[in-house]
Structure formats: C-alpha cells, structure tokens
Design a protein around this ligand. Structure first.
Ligand SMILES: [Zn+2]
Length: 113
C-alpha cells in the first residue's frame, strides 16, 4: 500500500477569494475558488507534495484564482481538485490518489454515522 501524501499545510490560510463549502456529492469540506473563466472550482483543503501526484492534476492559486499546473514559487507543493479524490466517485487508479480517496472515504463514513 502506498502512503498517502500528507498535506503540507492545513489550508487555514486561504486567500480572500476562497469560500468554504461542502462537496455536493459527499458533503466533505472543500475550498471553492474561481478559475480564469470565473467557474467555481472545488479544491481539496491544504496543499500536497507535487512529487507524489500525477502532473495532470496539479493546480495552483494565484491571487485566489485557480490555474492548471504548479506554481514554481510554491516549493514543490500543489493544490488538487476535490473531485480527484471525492469518495462519492470511483476509486482513482493512481496509487497515491487512491490512498487519499480511501482516507476521505473513511472520514465520509465517520461523518455519516
Ligand atoms: Zn466529494
């Protein structure tokens, strides 16, 4: 089993454009930010080490706006969309994402009790 990447921070120092919300599918907390088109993107709270995750899911924030890819100034950390590991969706194939998905699924089941 692959160890889940630990969040680098707890996401509590969210930029001003962030709104706290809950995933419509699983009910777990997410941070919503607009992308460049103004569409609200649900990010998983906190940042994750980029080296543990597939590059195609890297996201970063600049002035509260979500961009694809990573920000080189963020020292190897990235944000990810909640949908990548939402426990209401199918388990991802990537080992590290699957472990994050599993941890959220445990939390989801705990909060449903
Ligand atoms: Zn969800």
């Amino acid at each position: 089993m692959t160890a889940a990447p630990e969040p680098v921070d707890d996401g509590m120092l969210a930029p001003a454009r962030c709104s706290f919300a809950h995933c419509e599918a699983c009910g777990l907390p997410v941070h919503k930010h607009p992308d460049v088109r103004g569409e609200q993107i649900a990010l998983e709270p906190g940042t994750y080490p980029a080296c543990a995750l597939p590059a195609q899911i890297y996201r970063h924030l600049s002035r509260g706006v979500v961009f694809l890819g990573r920000d080189v100034s963020e020292l190897g950390t990235v944000r990810i969309e909640h949908a990548e590991i939402c426990p209401a969706r199918e388990r991802p194939d990537h080992a590290a994402l699957a472990e994050l998905w599993r941890l959220l699924a445990v939390r989801y089941r705990r909060e449903m009790q």
